[in-house]
Design a protein around this ligand. Structure first.
Ligand SMILES: [Zn+2]
Ligand SMILES: [Zn+2]
Length: 788
């Protein structure tokens, strides 16, 4: 070695934080060091990966650069620190023993869809893992769902029951192998196995099934049977999505009469036969997360309309485990894939639990002996304006945290009643849980409680503050109050303030915004039901700057279930008793007795809560037009109202490719209805009488439902724009955050954002965190952090 070369020898100590364990990071570092002739070592600790490299300065520079740019696909680097010092004279580069430190934590990788290399092996008859349904590597496979505790090592996962065979062990020990330290590594000789049983739990005999349980399940599916399939985070119920009869049977048995199901198809090419798939949607479908993507459903798709009755969007996902890949290829049909549960219970997880709970639904069960530790539903996403937005955040996203723009206290946000998630915060992270479900039964509450315990354990969080909704009857609120009895500080957070704070955190924003929070129901600070709110808000404060006028919901929950009651209540209150004598679709739903009851409830204010909810206004218009008078799932009346508007655009398929709702189409009809904004004690109230009577007038004129729906959507977008102008003039705030379940309405979202941006507002919408109540717990936690 020349003198100059020796002088340029350098040494660097590097610490890398983020998701850098269990994702092939150390072998990657090893390979990179060898490539650049560097000596030293790499090892995992409880909070980071530590690296020491020494060699030529230029080689170290290259190494540092490629550490970030060439990292394995699943690595998520949060932070890198580098210190330089004089060389220590290492002879080679080695991977050293992991070091466990007390009290430290690290981020945990979510489960990841099967990678291309593993898929290649799975489909190759010459490979030893041909058709092996548990094939995985450091770039793919189960993670979070099998982890019982940290650090992430096989004995702390549900794979500990399986002893690796010599071949698998050799892969596991070889730093240059794709399966180096892949904790779930397995093969047909040593790993988990599948079995096919009937709904009594009896093994389907080999004669009946052929030699292969997956092939047999595929045959039963083609014959129109319902099969419960154990997946990553629980059981999914599958059936042939092109078979009307079996889809209807599944609906009857699952007690779910019209809420849409998702389907799984074998390839992107297949997805394109059923939906219009934009390049962004294709990227999302084939990403390591592989969520369900809601896309425009093709008229010529062979998927039964029973899969998503009355809807023009279809939820589609690609296979994300080897088992799904084999099954979908064997079946050759799109399959319905819906959570293995009855109605709103949590997804079934264990074999015997599934047999107990799903025996009345599924004809057969494709089970296996790798245990699931965490229940994990499929995530749901949409692509709007070229960016993806999560509607349900679970598989492959949680427990990866939302990065906050500030350092936070340790807080638990308990979330809302529907679509519950909870959120635990620490350092710069908000660990938003996977979708837990509707908190309506003890099973879901138990799932909520045990998942909180798991997150506390994995991320070493001991909350000092508990944040909860104002609604006293939410199970999540009761849970918080019980914890409060032990002396821990409780912070109640208003529902719509939490929505807006969640949108701020989702966008890394701290300055005050005009927050438009539109949803169905949220307890207001004045005890009424809010839901059509214009707030001026940041994390610390909110002021209610405006809202839809208060109107009665005759019968409370009964009005939510039967939107025609809401419509009748609105007509009675805004237009008077005589208006009830008109021949309107909503009036035909109620007989004279029910109308009398509604009148009495409203006049005497009996069980007739006041609401400013935008969700209820959508319900009322939907019922008024005769589109949906009774609902079977939350949001149904509003969704079908949106579908009527979309249908009226009469889009040619060619114009909607790459777009969910074409831009030309939405700019077509700009007509709208009148409304009035009045000021009452500093709060602006949107009065709806003119709107309601104009809609009724259009109905009498024979204007189509679709056109009325378009005009109604235009009106709501204008209302938002006008209110934001008024509030901006008064406060000087020009940033607008949109949150709440109503903004899952893509037509409304598109129209609103377009109007606001044309008015030079800076608009923030949700991205990683659901705009619906699934995102509330994040808002609760950040507000509570600043409230103390
Ligand atoms: Zn793989
Ligand atoms: Zn093996």
């Amino acid at each position: 070695m020349s003198k100059t070369a020796r002088q340029s020898l350098k040494s660097a100590s590097i610490s890398v934080r983020g998701i850098v364990q269990g994702v092939g990071f150390r072998p990657f570092v090893y390979g990179l060091a060898v490539k650049h002739n560097l000596k030293g070592w790499v090892y995992n600790t409880s909070e980071d990966v530590k690296i020491e490299v020494e060699g030529a300065a230029e080689d170290i520079r290259q190494f540092e650069q490629e550490l970030g740019t060439k990292a394995p696909p699943l690595a998520q680097i949060e932070n890198v620190t580098i210190e330089y010092h004089s060389p220590r004279g290492y002879k080679n580069f080695e991977i050293r023993q992991s070091q466990v430190q007390e009290g430290k934590y690290q981020l945990i990788s979510p489960d990841v869809a099967t990678c291309q290399a593993c898929l290649g092996e799975l489909l190759n008859p010459e490979d030893r893992r041909y058709r092996y349904p548990f094939t995985n590597c450091t770039n793919c496979g189960p993670r979070f769902t099998i982890i019982e505790d940290m650090p992430y090592d096989r004995p702390k996962t549900t794979m500990r029951h399986f002893q690796m065979c010599p071949q698998c062990q050799a892969e596991y020990d070889n730093p240059l192998d794709r399966r180096f330290h892949a904790q779930p590594n397995a093969c047909p000789q040593c790993g988990p196995q599948v079995q096919l049983v009937d709904n009594q739990g009896s093994l389907v005999t080999p004669i009946l099934s052929g030699s292969n349980p997956i092939a047999a399940a595929g045959r039963f599916l083609k014959e129109g049977k319902i099969v419960a399939i154990k997946g990553l985070g629980g059981f999914l119920l599958a059936c042939d999505a092109t078979n009307d009869t079996v889809v209807k049977t599944l609906r009857q048995r699952k007690k779910r009469s019209s809420k849409p199901f998702a389907i799984m198809v074998a390839t992107v090419g297949e997805a394109k036969r059923h939906c219009y798939v934009s390049p962004e949607e294709e990227n999302l479908l084939t990403s390591p997360q592989s969520p369900i993507v809601l896309m425009r459903w093709r008229e010529d798709s062979s998927v039964s309309r029973e899969v998503a009755p009355n809807l023009r969007f279809l939820g589609v996902m690609l296979p994300y485990t080897p088992l799904h890949h084999i099954l979908l290829r064997d079946t050759g049909q799109p399959l319905v894939m819906t959570s293995g549960n009855l109605s709103e219970e949590p997804i079934a997880r264990d074999n015997d639990e599934a047999l107990r709970r799903l025996a009345g639904i599924a004809d057969y069960f494709l089970i296996h002996n790798r245990d699931i530790y965490s229940r994990y539903d499929d995530s749901v996403a949409i692509v709007e304006r070229g960016t993806s937005q999560l509607i349900r955040r679970a598989r492959s996203y949680a427990p990866y945290p939302i990065r906050l723009s500030f350092k936070t206290r340790q807080v638990l946000g308990c979330g809302a009643e529907e679509k519950n998630t909870f959120c635990l915060t620490k350092d710069n992270y908000a660990f938003l849980s996977q979708h837990i479900g509707d908190m309506e039964n003890m099973e879901t509450l138990e799932h909520f409680d045990s998942t909180i315990s798991l997150y506390k354990r994995l991320f070493h969080i001991q909350p000092e503050i508990i944040a909860h909704d104002l609604h006293p009857d939410y199970l999540a609120t009761k849970y918080a109050r019980e914890l409060g009895e032990s002396g821990i500080k409780l912070i109640p957070v208003q529902h719509h303030h939490a929505h807006i704070a969640s949108c701020l955190a989702d966008n890394g924003l701290e300055s005050p915004v005009i927050g438009v929070a539109f949803d169905g129901t949220g307890m207001g600070a004045d005890g009424n039901i809010w839901g059509g709110e214009f707030l001026v808000a940041d994390y610390r404060h909110f002021r209610r700057a405006g809202h839809l006028e208060y109107l009665p919901l005759p019968g409370g929950a009964a009005a939510i279930k039967r939107p025609y009651r809401t419509a009748i209540g609105y007509i009675l209150t805004l237009l008077g008793e005589n208006a009830l004598n008109q021949d309107l679709p909503a009036m035909r739903e109620a007989d004279d007795t029910e109308i009398e009851v509604i009148k009495r409830q409203i006049e005497r204010r009996i069980n007739s809560p006041l609401s400013s909810s935008m969700g209820r206004l959508f319900d009322a218009i939907s019922a008024l037009l005769g589109i949906r008078s009774e609902i079977d799932y939350e949001g149904q009346a509003a969704v079908e109202l949106e579908m009527a508007a979309l249908a009226s655009y009469g889009e040619e398929p060619s114009s909607v490719i790459a777009r969910s709702v074409s831009d030309e189409a939405i700019s077509g009809n700009n007509e709208s209805y009148p409304y009035r904004i009045v000021e009452d004690e500093g709060i602006r109230i949107v009065r709806l009488r003119d709107l309601l009577s104009a809609v009724i007038e259009d109905l009498h004129q024979g204007i189509s439902k679709g056109t009325i729906s378009v005009k109604f959507h235009n009106t709501v977008a204008q209302m938002i724009n006008e209110m934001c102008h008024l509030i901006a003039n008064e406060t000087g705030v020009s940033q607008v955050a949109l949150s709440g379940g109503v903004f899952q309405n893509r037509l409304l979202l598109k129209k609103t954002v377009s109007l606001l941006e044309n008015s030079d507002f800076q608009v923030f919408t949700h991205r990683q965190v659901p705009c619906n109540d699934g995102g509330i717990s994040l808002g609760q936690a950040v507000i509570a952090n600043f409230a103390v």
